[in-house]
Design a protein around this ligand. Structure first.
Ligand code: PLP
Length: 229
């Protein structure tokens, strides 16, 4: 087996163990393989091991890979900060966007989504770490933003995404993920049929699964340490 295939199996085992501890079914948690900075060959290696969903942070890098891999029937998620001038490329090429933090970007994506594609599947990104994080809407804005996004024809709002401040303190990890889960529950109680809680990365996926994550976004534990240059 390739190193990536081995790593995928190890990550799936971590998800299954965390799910078992939480009394959840492992099938209720999807694995998103975050392939940013890694070449197409790494994506193909993961795809050959059965991985279908991939996450990218940089628009052009993601489009280069997804257009080269069209034969593989993969699902592509944009998870990075999104600037207005890049929204059209994202609307035309990706299946999902996890990083909706203001209505203006959502409106652009909806208007720019090609009519022959299914609606873009989106998550609203929530900032539960306050000052230390600049990305995501404030928790008390999440409901109104989800409601406004739900009204846009080119988008389907699926849930919330969060990237809590990194910490090795498991109790603190869980507390942050619990805050996201509580916002998610409140929005569902208000009548929006959200089904996706996108939270948990290589270092904290167990805490995220314990608090209800339905999609974990894993890069390093699958592909190795990234080298930005
Ligand atoms: C890079 C990234 C990940 C993956 O992080 P790892 O620690 O490598 O697992 C997940 N989510 C987002 C938004 C990212 O930018």
């Amino acid at each position: 087996m390739s190193a990536i295939a081995d790593n995928l199996q190890a990550v799936q085992a971590r998800i299954s163990d965390a799910a078992a501890l939480a009394g959840r079914s492992p099938e209720s948690i999807r694995l998103l393989a975050v392939s940013k900075t890694w070449p197409l060959s790494s994506v193909i290696e993961a795809a050959n091991a059965g991985q279908r969903a991939f996450g990218e942070n940089y628009v052009q890098e993601g489009i280069d890979k997804l257009t080269a891999a069209t034969g593989q029937k993969l699902e592509w998620h944009f998870i990075g900060p999104l600037q207005s001038n890049k929204s059209r490329a994202v609307a035309e090429h990706f299946d999902w966007v996890h990083s909706i933090e203001r209505l203006k970007i959502a409106e652009r994506l909806s208007a720019q989504r090609p009519a022959d594609l299914p609606p873009l599947q989106v998550c609203v990104q929530v900032n539960v770490s306050g000052e230390t994080s600049k990305s995501g809407c404030a928790p008390d804005e999440a409901l109104a933003l989800c409601q406004a996004v739900a009204a846009l024809p080119g988008l389907q709002v699926r849930g919330l995404m969060a990237i809590p401040e990194p910490t090795d303190d498991v109790a603190a990890q869980r507390a942050a993920f619990r805050r996201v889960r509580e916002i998610f529950d409140r929005i569902r109680a208000a009548g929006l049929p959200l089904d996706t809680l996108s939270m948990g990365m290589s270092h904290d996926l167990e805490a995220a699964v314990a608090e209800g994550a339905t999609m974990v976004r894993i890069g390093t534990a699958i592909f190795g340490e990234r080298n930005y240059k």
